[in-house]
Design a protein around this ligand. Sequence first.
Ligand code: GDP
Ligand code: MG
Length: 439
Amino acid sequence: MVMDKLGGSLQDALKKLVGAGRIDERTVNEVVKDIQRALLQSDVNVKLVMEMSKHIKERAMKEDVPKGMNPREHVIRIVHQELINILGKSTEIQLKPQTIMMIGLQGSGKTTTTAKLSRYFQKKGLKPAVVCADTFRPGAYQQLQTLCNGLNVPFYGEEGNPDAVGIVERGLKAIEKNDVLIVDTAGRHSLEADLIDEMEQIHAIAKPDHKFLVLDGAIGQQASEQARAFNDSIGITGVVITKLDGTAKGGGALSAVSETNSSIAFIGVGETPNDLEKFESDRFISRLLGMGDLKSLLEKAEEALTEEDMDMESLMRGKFTLKDMYKQLEAVNKLGPMKQVMNMLPLGGMGMKVPDDAYKVTEDKLGNYRIVMDSMTEEELLNPRVIGSARIKRIARGSGNGPEVVRELLKYHKMMQTAMKGFRGGKFNMNKMMKKMGM
Ligand SMILES: Nc1nc2c(ncn2[C@@H]2O[C@H](COP(=O)(O)OP(=O)(O)O)[C@@H](O)[C@H]2O)c(=O)[nH]1
Ligand SMILES: [Mg+2]
């Protein structure tokens, strides 16, 4: 998917929130810190990130949790909204006859996007056609002609003629029977006087409904500078950010646009004509955060991680009876696959990695431990020290296991108990613990 890296880090941050024992100021601060790191790595402006962090913290603490929502959902919703805020509104595109002028620096992706837009309108049932007004770059004519032929889109160009303005005038006449007329123009390495001059002249002739500025996503925050400069010259009605499939700086470009007076219309996510997406801030953020997955995780977590099931405070105090362990295993059972659960529970959420191949064994073993514990009395569950060898034999028989399994369970419990204490002291190491237990 586009912007995997940013999406992944944001999702990890929110998973931590889902798995947290309780939602307090400390948890929110920690999650916000993770979000900050993720956004900064994606080249989002520091000031913007700091402002957003402040908003999230304030709102999470001050606003009442809306009816029908739990505290976790409340905070996730705030994060969601604040991220959408950074992106701002998206450009509205109407599905009707119109003229579109493509502008931007050389190599930003204008010509590729021209083909992508043709495909986009084609799929919506409109008839697009294209004029090639790039008389600057050698091979521009060929490139666009090949793309248009591949899509069966009418194409007008005059190979070898340097008069871009004349070409646009004749071209728009030649293709006027089509619905969406797209003019691909030339770029330069920077916004130079002769480029501005040419743009203004083409603009006057074409009278476009839309002027799309095409920006390479890899330029990150510089997007705002370019958007401002082009907007000051002929004005832009929307921005297309390309190459989001190949840059880690995408967050910078996306967030920088709304700082100017413009909005994002489309994003380019690959090199083929189909790799274009209509940009909608809301949907984009939902996908980035993996809202679908997050929602189902939340539901499961709420079901399983009730106060009674996961009394983290008593666990942290080192009071960890077999009964507590049983409750945990029950919660785990309700939650489903071990791997998913480990990432959600406070332990997993705190970044402790469990080796992949450990999950399967662990799941089976834990399942059996529950059966063993079903054969124990209340007294034994609360105070495992009373379990001597006679009781071990009885419990083993009752659960259809050998006595070694019961001993193993008691050892496991002891280790968990020690781990909980050690964890409180910051010494907890899941990997080491699992290894010791032969898992
Ligand atoms: N990966 C990727 N490459 C793109 C995208 N958009 C454009 N490109 C590539 O960027 C290069 C320059 O694109 P082009 O359309 O010729 O830029 P122009 O000079 O502005 O017309 C080409 O190699 C394109 O294939 C995109 O969204 N993703
Ligand atoms: Mg081009």
